[in-house]
Each structure stands twice: as structure tokens, then as C-alpha cells.
Design a protein around this ligand. Structure first.
Ligand code: ADP
Ligand code: MG
Length: 843
């Protein structure tokens, strides 16, 4: 007989389970006896079974198998009541008895069971909280539906589910969005009108008044402490009449008012109350630093506090510490059990500033765990991609490269050379390349990608270059066609659209392998396009797509190297999160001779001054863009604005010059003609909607006027501005804020000022992230910016970095998290990220 756990609680675990089975079997047997004749006389079977199961689970932690049976048992009776069809009732009873029969035969060994009571009193050095073999025998809080929690009925379950709380784990991770320090209790004699205070005392008298015509009930309570008496008023809480009876001790929070009616002195309009039943009761809602939670109909902050308190009492001590102990120590974070307690109910004296900013050790502990798990997932995915063998070693010594160099009209910058070397290394290796090239607008990413394309073709493979818009695809085609043909390569442009003769011919050329470089939009990896032997996929301006579904490529049977180009200057913290599984190369310098674009802000009344600059530039032989916003909801109206704007300018201010119009509604031919004319210098001014946001490359254009600049996002403005300043000339970006509506909002103003202040895309992106917050940063959710419950990408940037280091180091030691002490961590990682990150191959 093992002396250990049973000694502490006085019962052998096997016996304990047997007793439980016996207790349950009695009413079930009775209900089933005599062909279920007694079924109708058995009352409250559901709550009885439920209470017994909860008791059993609370007393000890059994093996997952046993606990699974217990929970299944409870589930059977969760909605067991008279309304259930008799046949269904019988079926469930049969199942329940089968479960009990199985449980009656289980031998619970000492290793199978951990006593909760012992856990709480356990010695720290052998704490069951440290990762170890006991991990697998803990209750899985993530598998424990919230409806099993005490006091959570079906209605409340629904309210909680609206808040995204489905399990006990969800509830414990439902963190306060702010705290209120109600810990200072003010003696009644010291109250002053206007103060918001907490008082504590004994109820002397209480009376209820109804004011029917105003649908109001007022409960008047007299509260006394050792310094005096106070009149406290509760509105529309008639039920409290039975609670706040004379003699009850209570804490009240509210605002002090000058007394109304004939009452002398002051009155407290009560917002929150709490009963103190026993001496030494720790209050939840007043008299402490109180957590404030987001609410929903039928579920208040107060409900949440009660629920969380009871869950903490029940489970906090058993919360799994999935962070490896050495990591936790190195990063200097508290244990989970302590952190989860503190984050909900901060100890007295917790630094209020840290609470407000979300930087308490408890909060950081939770945030770190989230970031660490994410980085593990990203790291694992990166490894799994690396383990995938493509079997292609590209010939990075192809003579085509030399010929490309010779054909380029400029020499490459050191940053470009460095990145090309990274790509060469990737392409020479048999593992697939999965690399992101990050570089500000105009830094010359295209020519870098061109090297990769040429290497792929030089090795006998096809390569695809995908752009976010047709315009940009066409641009690439037009700029690259000459060079590629000079090298003896055949590029094709695959446009979207029907089954025209030309398109069918192009598709055939791709399928036969005759077309070596295929340029198009993202649609290139759609169904109908078949490649003969795709070896490389380059994706330009990734921010328009959402994270590349590598799987889409693999599913089509391709194992190409992938190169992603992005001009969206993603802040480091986000890049690490969103692109955490890609290798990243950065082009951090612009080609020589570029001058920073001068950016100025004009109001409507200063418009003439902006036009003056445009005029000067055109007279000096340069060209100009005038850009109108295009907001999807009102595409037509904006289009009108652009067209009318152009007509007005053509008739007035700029009548001496040729003006072209470019917008998304034009046919491809019309767009191409407008672009070509502008590029050739036949047009002085191009009036455009945001279709020119990316990729358009006309170095002679030196001035851009942006109308309604306040309507654009910061990243978008920066992209637009990147269309000028591409040659050696000084260029200008003139932002006009429209006068019709009132002054731009302060947020818009902050955006525009950030743009005026800096030309550095990374600075701008950080600022954008700060202004907008990460959720909105990319406009669309398709980015899959992860949602965190405790972490914030802005506030916890330092933690993210740390989490990444630690996670990647851990994967070095234990690439598949196969060691027993990492099992819980691995399970958490898969649970959270498996589907989102397509971790299929590592599960
Ligand atoms: P982005 O990185 O924004 O895609 P592009 O590849 O379109 O930038 O390059 C912007 C402009 O800079 C193009 O006109 C390109 O020909 C030119 N360019 C690229 N690299 C160099 C270089 N090393 N020296 C001079 N001009 C360059
Ligand atoms: Mg580009």
C-alpha cells in the first residue's frame, strides 16, 4: 500500500473512486429497476450526478482516462429532466451504468492520482506545479466547459460564450481591461460631497420606496461605522431589501452627494456593494484593487469577479506551468499559479502605474507565455519547411547572371548585393527557400528578385512573379521584358479574364514550359494555370495578399522556392510575429543619389501654393501625379471627384499641359496606354486614384499632390509618396487636407505630421502601429495578426524578442518538443496554432 497520497486525505484512491461509483450507482440502479418504472419518481438526477462528479474531480486528479469518463458521465445528465423523451432517458441511463461499471474496475495507482488538497500545501521544492511527469494527469482546464463551473447555468453559459469564454481556461485568461483602486476605506465622518469613496460599516436601517410613474425603486439604507452614520441610496435594486437587513456588515462604493429630501447631511449614491459575512472576509468588489472586466448583456463585471474568484480557488493551484522552469527563471517571471491570481486580484500595494500600463510581473508572465507559444509554433513551422526536401539545387553559377549584370544600367548597392548572396545560398541548397525581402519603397527590390528569376531559368526551371494588381503586373512585364529577352528568356504576362484566344495560348505556353517567366497577379496559382516545372515563386508587395499559403503551392504539387518582397515597412515586432517562420533579408539603403522627398502639408486655402510647386516642376521638364482617394464604399463618388478634378484642372490651372487619367475602372488597354504615355513623357500630369499606390516607376515624376490626404492611412501615404523621388532630382509630396469637412481629426493630423517628419518607412510604420494598434494595422484581418489575450505587440515588444530567443533555443535542444517536460507546452502550441499556421506536418 503506497503510504503517500492517501495518508494526507485518509482514503485510498481506489477506494475513493469505488465509493464514488457506489454512491452514484444507487439512484441510477433504482431508476432503471423494474423496466424503468421508477424513472419518474427520481428527482434532480442531473444535479446530483453533477455535484458528485465535481466533488470527485475536486478531491483528486485522476488519469485523463478516468477524468474523461467522469466528465462524460456528467455530460449525460447535464440536461436530464422530465422533458427529455423517455427513450432518451433510458438510453442515457444505460450509458451511465456502463461507465460506472468500467470505473468500478479501475485500479487507481499512486502515480495516477494527485490530490488537490495536497497540491495546495505541498512543499515548494517538489511542487506539483513544476513540469514533470504529473503533467499528463492534471485536469485539462481547456477541456473543462465553463458550464460545469459552479453557479454557471445555461443562460450564463450563453452570456459567457458571447464573451468568448467557453472553457474554464478561457475564463481564467479573460483578463480585466482595467483596475480600480477601491482599497482606501474612508471613515464616514470624513466624507465630502463630490468624492467617490468606499465606506465600510453596519446596516442600521433599510426601507424601500417605489416611485411607479418613474419606474424607479429606491432602497434607503443607514450605515454606521465608528465615526458616524451615512444615508446610502440604491437605485432599482429592490432585491437588496432582503439582503441589506439591519445588522449586516457591508462595504459600499459610490459618490457622495449633498443630501436630498429632509435627510440631514450627506448621501451616498451606491454603485457597488459587498457583504462582509464573517470577520476577516476578503472582499471582491470593494475595499481592494478591483478588476474591471468587459461586460455583455446578462453578465457584469461583478458576475465575472465572483466566477473568477471561485475558479481561482478551485483551480489556480493546479494551473499548469507550461513554461519550462529554466526559461521562467531566466526571464525572471512568477509562476503561473501566482500570476493568474495576481492578474485578477492584485495584492494590496501593487504599483498602480504598472497595473494601468499592463506591466506588472503577473501580466508579463501571461504575455510571455502567449508570445513564447507563438514563437515555438513559428519556429516549428520554419523547421518543418526546412526539413522538406525540394530536391532542386539551382545552378547559381549560371552564365546568365553575368550577362544580367552587364545589361543593368546601374551597379547594385551593397545592400542589394548582400541580399542576392542570401538568395543564392538558399537556392543552392536542396531545402526550399522561404525568404522575405523587406525594403522601403524605391530601394530596388525588383532587380534583386530578377536575379532569383534568372537563376531559376538558368537552371532549367520556370519562375513566376506575382503582383497584387494587374497594373503592377503589367508594369513589371513592361520593365523586365526587354532585359529578359536580351538574355534569351521568354517572359509572358498572364492577365485575368476570359478564355480569349491570346490567353489560351499563354496558358499553353506555361503548361508546355515554353514560357520561362510568368508574370501576373496572385491568380497565377489558381486552378486553371498549370506549370510544366515551377521552380521559383516570387511574390511582390506581400502586404496586399495576406500571408502566402505555402500550402496552396504544395497542394498543386509544386515545391518551389519562395521569395516574398514587401515594401510595407513592417515594424520589427510585427514582422517577427507575422513572418516569424520566414527568413528575412532587409535592403536598408536606397540607391545612391536619392534625395529625401520634401513633404509638406497644405490646407484647402493654401492649394494655390501647392499648384505653384507643380507648375515650377513641370516647367523644369518634370512630371506630376495628382492622387485622389478611393474608398470602396463610395467608389463612384470618388471616381467622380477624380474625373471632375481633372476636368477642372484641365480647364483652369493647368490648361497648357496634357493631363491623363488612371483609375481602376479603365480597361487594361486603357490603363496601359495611360501609363505608357506618362512614362514616355507624353503626359505632364497623371491624375489617378490609389491604383498607382504600388510599383509604378517613372523616375522623371518629381511631384505628387495628394488630395484629401487625411483620408489615407499612414502606410498608404508612404507607399504613394514612394512614387516620387525615384530619380536624382529633388522631389515633393504635397498633402492637401480638404476644407469641406471640419479640420482633420487629431489622429489624422498625427498621421500627416509623422509623414512630414520622416521619410523612413520603418519609423513611419512604428508610428502607425502606435496610432492604430496592431489589430487594425493592416486594415484587413486576412493578415492573421494573432489575437492575444494578455500580450500586446506594442507594449510587450521587448518580451516578444525575448520569447523568440528562448523559443528558438528550446527548439535547438528539443526540435519536436518530444521530451516529457515539454509535452504540455507542445499540446498548448498545437491547440492554439495548429490550424492557423498549418502546422500539419509537425503534429
Ligand atoms: P521597389 O523596391 O520599391 O520595388 P524598384 O525595384 O521599383 O523599387 O526600384 C526603384 C527604382 O530604382 C527603379 O527605377 C530601379 O531601376 C532603380 N534602381 C534599383 N536599384 C538601383 C541601383 N542599385 N542603382 C540605381 N538605381 C536603382
Ligand atoms: Mg516594387
Amino acid at each position: 500500500m503506497p503510504a503517500s497520497p492517501s495518508a494526507a486525505t485518509g482514503a485510498d484512491p481506489t477506494d475513493r473512486l469505488r465509493n464514488f461509483v457506489r454512491r452514484l450507482a444507487r439512484p441510477l440502479d433504482f431508476a432503471s429497476r423494474d423496466a424503468y418504472a421508477h424513472l419518474t419518481t427520481v428527482k434532480n438526477l442531473g444535479s446530483f450526478v453533477s455535484a458528485q462528479v465535481v466533488k470527485a474531480l475536486a478531491e483528486a486528479v485522476y488519469s485523463p482516462q478516468v477524468e474523461g469518463e467522469l466528465l462524460a458521465l456528467r455530460q449525460l445528465f447535464a440536461d436530464f429532466h422530465a422533458k427529455l423523451a423517455p427513450a432518451e432517458q433510458k438510453r442515457r441511463l444505460e450509458q451511465a451504468r456502463a461507465i460506472l461499471a468500467r470505473l468500478a474496475n479501475v485500479e487507481v495507482t499512486g502515480a495516477d492520482v494527485t490530490h488537490c488538497t495536497e497540491k495546495r500545501n505541498g512543499h515548494p521544492e517538489e511542487s506539483p506545479l513544476s513540469p514533470g511527469p504529473s503533467t499528463s494527469t492534471r485536469i485539462e482546464l481547456c477541456a473543462l466547459p465553463i458550464r460545469f463551473a459552479k453557479g454557471v447555468g445555461p443562460k450564463r453559459t450563453m452570456a459567457l460564450e458571447r464573451l468568448g469564454v467557453n472553457t474554464v481556461e478561457d475564463a481564467l485568461w479573460f483578463l480585466p481591461w482595467r483596475y480600480e483602486d477601491r482599497s482606501v476605506v474612508t471613515p464616514i465622518r470624513r466624507l465630502r460631497p463630490g468624492q467617490r469613496v468606499t465606506v465600510c460599516g453596519t446596516v442600521i436601517a433599510a426601507s424601500l420606496t417605489r416611485i411607479p410613474h418613474r419606474r424607479l425603486t429606491v432602497l434607503n439604507v443607514t450605515l454606521a461605522d465608528s465615526t458616524g452614520r451615512l444615508h446610502a441610496v440604491f437605485f432599482n435594486q429592490a432585491y437588496l431589501e432582503e439582503v441589506l437587513v439591519p445588522g449586516v456588515r457591508a462595504m459600499l462604493l459610490g459618490r457622495v452627494q449633498i443630501g436630498r429630501k429632509s435627510w440631514a447631511g450627506l448621501q451616498l449614491d451606491v454603485e457597488q456593494y459587498e457583504l462582509l459575512e464573517k470577520e476577516g472576509d476578503v472582499p471582491l468588489h470593494v475595499g481592494r484593487i478591483v478588476p474591471i472586466y468587459h461586460e455583455t448583456k446578462g453578465w457584469t463585471s461583478r458576475h465575472m469577479r465572483v466566477l473568477i474568484k471561485s475558479l481561482l480557488d478551485q483551480y489556480a493551484a493546479a494551473m499548469p506551468d507550461i513554461l519550462p522552469e529554466p526559461v521562467r527563471r531566466r526571464v525572471n517571471l512568477p509562476r503561473m499559479a501566482e500570476a493568474i491570481q495576481e492578474v485578477h486580484f492584485p495584492s494590496p500595494g501593487t504599483d498602480p502605474v504598472a497595473l494601468e500600463r499592463g506591466t506588472t510581473p503577473a501580466r508579463r508572465r501571461l504575455a510571455f507565455e502567449e508570445l513564447f507559444v507563438l514563437q515555438l509554433a513559428l519556429g516549428s513551422r520554419q523547421r518543418s519547411v526546412k526539413e522538406e526536401i525540394k530536391g532542386i539545387r539551382f545552378d547559381t553559377g549560371t552564365p546568365l547572371l553575368g550577362r544580367l549584370r552587364a545589361a543593368l544600367p546601374f551597379s547594385l548597392t551593397p545592400a542589394q548585393e548582400r541580399v542576392i548572396a542570401d538568395i543564392k545560398r538558399d537556392m543552392a541548397s536542396p531545402r526550399p527557400m522561404n525568404r522575405l525581402i523587406q525594403g522601403d519603397v524605391g530601394c530596388g527590390k525588383t532587380v534583386v528578385a530578377l536575379h532569383a528569376l534568372v537563376m531559376a531559368c538558368g537552371s532549367g526551371y520556370q519562375a513566376a512573379l506575382m503582383a497584387p494588381t494587374e497594373i503592377l503586373a503589367e508594369q513589371h512585364y513592361l520593365t523586365l521584358r526587354g532585359l529578359l529577352q536580351e538574355l534569351g528568356l521568354k517572359p509572358v504576362l498572364l492577365k485575368s479574364g476570359g478564355r480569349t484566344k491570346a490567353r489560351i495560348a499563354t496558358l499553353q505556353a506555361i503548361a508546355s514550359g515554353e514560357a520561362q517567366i510568368v508574370i501576373g497577379t496572385h491568380a497565377l496559382i489558381q486552378k486553371e494555370v498549370r506549370f510544366a516545372n515551377l521552380g521559383l515563386a516570387v511574390i511582390d508587395e506581400q502586404h496586399k495578399f495576406g500571408v502566402l499559403q505555402r500550402k496552396t503551392l504544395l497542394d498543386k504539387g509544386y515545391h518551389p522556392d519562395v521569395l516574398v518582397l514587401t515594401a510595407t515597412p513592417i515594424p520589427r515586432t510585427l514582422a517577427m510575429t507575422v513572418y516569424g517562420d520566414l527568413d528575412v533579408s532587409v535592403i536598408d539603403t536606397l540607391p545612391p543619389g536619392r534625395k529625401p522627398v520634401c513633404t509638406w502639408l497644405f490646407t484647402e486655402s493654401q492649394r494655390r501654393r501647392a499648384y505653384r510647386i507643380v507648375r515650377d516642376e513641370i516647367e523644369a521638364g518634370r512630371q506630376a501625379y495628382i492622387v485622389y482617394p478611393l474608398v470602396e464604399e463610395s467608389e463612384k463618388i470618388d471616381l467622380q471627384a477624380a474625373i471632375q478634378g481633372m476636368e477642372r484642372l484641365q480647364a483652369g490651372e493647368f490648361r497648357d499641359w496634357r493631363i491623363g487619367l488612371l483609375h481602376g475602372r479603365l480597361s487594361t488597354d486603357e490603363k496601359e496606354r495611360a501609363m505608357a504615355a506618362f512614362k514616355a513623357g507624353e503626359l505632364h500630369i497623371l491624375v489617378a486614384t490609389t491604383v498607382i499606390e504600388v510599383g509604378v516607376d517613372v523616375p522623371n515624376a518629381t511631384v505628387m499632390v495628394i488630395e484629401h490626404a487625411e483620408r489615407f492611412g499612414l502606410a498608404q501615404l508612404h507607399q504613394l509618396r514612394g512614387r516620387v523621388g525615384r530619380g536624382g532630382q529633388q522631389s515633393y509630396c504635397l498633402l492637401i487636407t480638404s476644407g469641406r469637412s471640419s479640420a482633420p481629426s487629431s489622429e489624422a493630423r498625427r498621421r500627416l505630421e509623422a509623414l512630414v517628419q520622416s521619410n523612413d518607412g520603418f519609423v513611419i510604420a512604428e508610428e502607425d502601429l502606435n496610432i492604430r494598434g496592431p489589430g487594425e494595422f493592416f486594415g484587413v484581418r486576412q493578415w492573421g495578426t494573432p489575437e492575444f489575450r494578455a500580450a500586446s505587440l506594442i507594449r510587450d515588444a521587448d518580451l516578444l524578442q525575448r520569447a523568440r530567443q528562448e523559443a528558438f533555443a528550446l527548439l535547438e535542444q528539443d526540435p519536436h518538443l518530444a521530451k516529457p517536460e515539454h509535452h504540455a507546452l507542445r499540446a498548448a502550441m498545437l491547440r492554439r496554432w495548429q490550424t492557423k499556421l498549418e502546422l500539419g506536418s509537425i503534429s
